[in-house]
Design a protein around this ligand. Structure first.
Ligand code: NAD
Length: 307
């Protein structure tokens, strides 16, 4: 197809100002503008966060997220619409966020910040704090996020296990377990970190059995998608002290409802689906879009094509 008009959908506002991306792409051989729902159908291509049915009128849709579970693949396929995603750019940002969670738990920073908001000078209990070297993290999913997490945690002295579908080794991981050995992989580790996409296969993969198998002093971290976790089972595990705590960036329902018990738990860090936020986000997405516009020109296959 000919790319004449590319729209930046206003839904990207949740992550960065749409105009920043439109300005960054002004050198493209196409008109680039910020658009609302009404204008999607009149564009050849759209860069977006949200799915809107009019996306099926375009020739190409680019998701500014890596996870594309909200897009109906079958309909893209049957309408001949290309779907690309933004995997490949979140390794370092999410890796550092996960390192931050682990350092909060080990150095008690979340408690201390909570105390500060109440002007309370209170030290951790003598046996609360610990250090990370020599501890083991099991990272489930060894794609961009998993590798970024492994590299960042490896730098902090943790041993890192990976769980993936094949048993091939991956840079940054000390050990690899295949997916069918998940329970074996998480047994005995201090941190379980989820970085798999949400698919039929991974839906509620982290359930009561998983939390039962984890050490009772282990922490659970989810930076992937809420529905990979059976959230009531996680809440049960936290309430019954069968695990030590959790850091959660994603939830079965977002925003996390005000009445969720997760908000109020001492050893739970709740963040509002922002593990990958960085001021460079629009440039990283823009570079993928620019690369694909160039490939479109030369007839090469799209980078990060999903459908
Ligand atoms: P990616 O495609 O680079 O990596 C995903 C990896 O998971 C791939 O290696 C894939 O083979 C593997 N995988 C798929 N199914 C599996 C299974 N059943 N068992 C084990 N491994 C399996 O994607 P990514 O950029 O690393 O992102 C992963 C997911 O994290 C995204 O789909 C998205 O949902 C989520 N994400 C969240 C944030 C955030 O802000 N919290 C940011 C980026 C991505």
């Amino acid at each position: 197809f000919e790319l004449e008009r590319l729209g930046v959908h206003e839904s990207v506002e949740a992550v960065f100002p749409p105009s920043e991306l439109a300005d960054y792409l002004t050198d493209l051989p196409a008109t680039v503008d910020v658009i609302g729902d009404d204008e999607i159908a009149a564009r050849d291509a759209v860069v977006t966060l949200e799915y809107h049915p009019d996306c099926l009128e375009c020739a190409w849709v680019h998701s500014i997220q890596s996870g594309v579970d909200r897009f109906p693949f079958d309909e893209f396929e049957s309408n001949g619409v290309v779907l690309t995603n933004s995997t490949g750019i979140h390794g370092r940002s999410v890796g550092e966020t996960v390192a931050g969670y682990l350092l909060s738990f080990s150095r008690r920073l979340h408690d201390l910040v909570a105390n500060q908001t109440e002007r309370r000078w209170e030290r951790p209990a003598w046996d609360d704090g610990f250090t990370l070297p020599g501890k083991t993290a099991c990272v489930v999913g060894t794609g961009t996020l998993g590798r970024g997490v492994a590299e960042t945690l490896g730098g902090l002295g943790l041993e890192v296990r990976g769980v993936r579908r094949s048993d091939e080794s991956v840079p940054g991981f000390d050990e690899i377990y295949t997916d069918d050995r998940l329970l074996e992989a998480i047994e005995g580790v201090e941190f379980v970190i989820v970085t798999v996409p949400l698919t039929e296969e991974t839906h509620h993969r982290f359930d009561g059995e998983v939390f039962e198998t984890m050490r009772d002093d282990a922490y659970f971290v989810n930076v992937a998608r809420g529905p990979v976790v059976d959230e009531p089972a996680l809440i049960d595990a936290l309430e019954s002290d069968s695990i030590a705590g959790a850091a959660l960036d994603v939830f079965e329902e977002e925003p996390l409802p005000e009445e969720s018990p997760l908000w109020g738990m001492d050893e739970v860090i709740v963040t509002p689906h922002c593990a990958a936020y960085t001021r460079d986000y629009f440039r990283d997405v823009g570079d993928i879009v620019r690369e694909n516009v160039s490939r479109l020109g030369t007839g090469e296959a799209f980078h990060n094509r999903v459908v």
